[in-house]
Design a protein around this ligand. Structure first.
Ligand code: ADP
Ligand code: TRP
Length: 325
């Protein structure tokens, strides 16, 4: 299968991004043709510092590699370096009903969060995402739960295009992990863990052990003291149990059993150790990769060449079908 996915460069990659998206990417890379990019064009829709943007892109590429993506197996590049993404986004915008965009949850949330900057790009964001996916004729898109609605819109646009202009695009399906598609914030377990929130609400893939300890020990928990999974009554503990289970491959009922008669404090201490140990090789690899600027640059250049070949071929077909040749 052809697989496509991306992550925005702003903010550090956290355990939610890893469990929702990157972990799936890694398990898909051996048997599929994978295209993974850093979505710098999407990041322009919310406040950002222009001078820091490309540094954030490099940091994300380092995170992809440190987490286990193999640049010999997958295509890795920066979205803005393949111009066809924006061209196809414009073309798709002409068949996308505005109503579909206005009902997107992420648009509604971000318009509330960034009241001073409700720009048109925030609204058309999913059209660019559809272009990212359809440009490579992807069959599947591995992401967390919050992106499912955008992938659904991508299918709608693919169908509309095919009906109107002739069959080109497969309708890509969403791929989400059974558990971990929506890891919640450590400071407010009713909200998803997000890079754009305060740093104590997430564990970054590269947080040092002391930082992890502080964040987990102060993570919001619930009333009561039993370590029991119950999303409505104990959203905080349930979220921490989910993280524990996914990082240890241990089913939640077994973890609950291990902590019978013990309190939140003991559980949090154990979870802290699990996270520190799991992320230790990531931190090590990150430090090693940080000094290999040329290597990272070469990966991106090679990735962008490979991506461009596919993108150019698709655009020849699209332009011809839409009467532009
Ligand atoms: P963020 O919302 O933290 O800024 P992005 O929007 O860049 O992250 O998301 C990158 C990828 O990580 C997407 O596939 C998204 O669905 C996934 N993701 C983001 N937050 C979470 C989360 N809390 N739990 C699971 N997956 C998530
Ligand atoms: N919008 C996605 C996010 O915020 C990132 C993204 C951009 C993406 N283009 C994509 C994900 C294409 C999957 C496929 O997480």
């Amino acid at each position: 299968m052809r697989i496509v996915s991306g992550i925005q460069p702003t903010g550090p990659i956290h355990v939610g991004n890893y469990l929702g998206a990157i972990k799936q990417w890694i398990s898909l890379q051996d048997k599929n043709e994978c295209v993974f990019f850093v979505a710098d064009l999407h990041a322009l829709t919310t406040p950002y510092e222009a001078k820091d943007l490309q540094k954030s892109v490099t940091e994300k590429v380092i995170a992809y590699l440190a987490a286990g993506l193999d640049p010999d197996k997958v295509i890795i590049f920066t979205q803005s370096k393949v111009k066809e993404h924006t061209e196809l986004a414009w073309l798709l915008s002409t068949i996308c009903p505005i109503g579909e965009l206005e009902r997107m949850t992420q648009y509604k949330d971000k318009s509330k969060k960034y009241k001073e900057n409700i720009n048109a790009g925030l609204l058309t964001y999913p059209v660019l995402m559809a272009a990212d996916i359809l440009l490579y004729k992807a069959q599947a898109v591995p992401t967390g739960k919050d992106q499912e609605q955008h992938v659904e819109l991508t299918r709608t646009l693919a169908r509309k295009f095919n009906q109107k202009f002739g069959q080109i695009f497969p309708e890509p399906k969403s791929m989400m992990p059974e558990y971990g598609a929506k890891i919640m914030s450590l400071s407010d377990p009713k909200k998803k863990m997000s890079k754009s929130d305060e740093s104590k609400s997430y564990i970054s893939l590269f947080d040092e052990p002391e930082v992890i300890t502080k964040k987990i020990m102060s993570a919001e928990t619930d009333s009561g003291k039993e370590v029991v999974y119950n999303v409505t009554k104990k959203p905080g503990i349930s979220n921490l149990l989910t993280i524990y289970s996914l990082l240890t491959d241990k089913p939640i009922p077994e973890i609950q059993k291990d902590f019978t008669g013990k309190g939140y404090g003991d559980f949090k201490k154990a979870l802290t150790k699990v996270i520190i140990d799991y992320l230790e090789p990531f931190r090590r690899k990150q430090k090693e990769l940080q000094s290999r600027e040329v290597y990272i640059k070469e990966i991106l250049e090679k990735g962008q060449e490979r991506a461009r070949i596919i993108a150019e071929t698709t655009m020849l077909e699209v332009r011809s079908k839409m009467g532009l040749t």
